[in-house]
Design a binder for this molecule. Structure first.
Ligand code: MRU
Length: 370
């Protein structure tokens, strides 16, 4: 996507053809800073401290992390170390495991001398596939928006979409998942307005989604996380779309903490609640998302402190709780399939259920666990 007229992706190979550049998202929205990753530990650190984040981008960064590792040392022991280092960075987004499994399957059978080139090639392919997948999600999501517009009584008024966290191009390699349909609808001339949940504690909505939407010229308002129910109750939301970090085989969707409460409010107010996801975000081995998906718990300081631009102009952190307070920081929750109106994938739309998912991914039918 473009920022100030210049085309960017969230991750790319540097002109030196070996180091890997990322947009360092910890500086957004205040500064657009590029950071070069030069070894596997750089890649692992970038994922762990959320310089990159969002399920598909975490997978893409891990793939390039393997390439950086193989460039330095490609023996079996280094391959194993790199896989373990990267896998330990964040537990919830299944794209991390998916990308690493794919890299391992490609690299392990090769002699060490062939591993670095093969790793770079596959990391590049994973990124290109992600862009294509998200473009398709945008098409299918646009069709959903057109269907909802056609069935509503309000005529040609603005179509209001509520989203949670950041599931835009910064969370993927390009386009985004939940935001891809929004970009496509806006570009098609549909008058869209987005309600952007701030998404405490890391504020991915306030910082990243708002920044992306502004760069694309899409009207939006940032709202506090608890405002969604009120807006839905008063007919001010036509559609909720979120992304997901892991979708279970039964259609349960795990996403940023607070997504579940939005889905409950949506169901109570008959607002369609859709989840956009690329195929690699489906965990086919996970039969029950609520029971089984591991929920990352992050440092309590993300709850007790808030980071932002200070009046002096610098970026700083302020404490908002009493000193010594105890806090817990669950980063994700799981929305049960029964609350989800539908899934939007690169292969089309389907109900949030095993049957629905298998209708789009029939090749997974043989893997049923029940
Ligand atoms: O903790 P984050 O910022 O990595 O969480 C990101 C999200 O929850 C996104 O909504 C999710 O990855 C789906 S988006 C492509």
């Amino acid at each position: 996507m473009k920022v100030n007229g210049k085309f960017y992706r969230s991750i790319w190979l540097n002109d030196d053809h070996w180091s890997v550049d990322i947009i360092d998202q910890t500086y957004l929205p205040h500064e657009l800073r590029i950071r070069s990753l030069k070894c596997v530990d750089d890649a692992a650190e970038a994922i762990r401290v959320m310089r990159v984040r969002g399920a598909p981008l975490i997978g893409a960064t891990a793939a390039y992390g393997m390439a950086l590792a193989m460039r330095e040392q490609a023996e079996d022991s280094s391959l194993q170390d790199a896989l373990e280092t990267l896998l330990a960075t964040r537990p919830t987004a299944v794209n991390l495991r998916w990308a690493l499994t794919r890299m391992e399957a490609e690299l392990r059978p090769l002699p060490p001398s062939g591993r670095a080139d093969a790793a770079y090639r596959l990391a590049h392919r994973i990124c290109e596939e992600d862009v294509d997948i998200n473009h398709r999600i945008g098409e299918h999501g646009l069709a959903l928006i057109r269907d909802l517009l056609a069935s509503r009584k309000k005529g040609s008024e603005v179509f209001h979409i509520l989203t949670h966290c950041n599931a835009g191009w910064l969370a993927t390699v390009d386009w985004g998942t939940a935001l891809a349909p929004i970009y496509r609808a806006h570009d098609a001339g549909i008058p869209i307005h987005v309600w952007v949940d701030e998404t405490r504690p890391r504020n991915q909505g306030a910082a990243l989604t708002a920044w992306e939407l502004a760069a694309h010229g899409i009207p939006h308002d940032v709202i506090v996380d608890n405002a969604g129910g009120h807006l839905m109750q008063h007919g001010l939301v036509d559609l909720c779309i979120t992304g997901t970090d892991r979708t279970a085989r039964n259609g349960d969707v795990c996403n940023k903490i607070g997504t579940y409460l939005k889905a409950l409010a949506a169901v109570d107010n008959q607002v369609p609640f859709h989840v956009a996801l690329p195929g690699p975000t489906i965990d086919w081995e996970m039969v029950d998302g609520v029971a089984g998906i591991p929920i990352e718990e992050r440092d309590a300081s993300e709850v007790t402190e808030v980071e932002g631009r200070l009046s002096s102009g610098g970026i700083g952190t302020v404490r908002i709780t009493p000193d010594g307070v105890s806090a817990r920081n669950y980063a994700f929750d799981v929305t049960p399939a029964r609350l989800v109106s539908g899934l939007i994938t690169e292969r089309g739309r389907c109900p949030a259920s095993e049957k629905g998912l298998l209708s789009l991914y029939p090749e997974r039918g043989g893997e049923t666990n029940d």
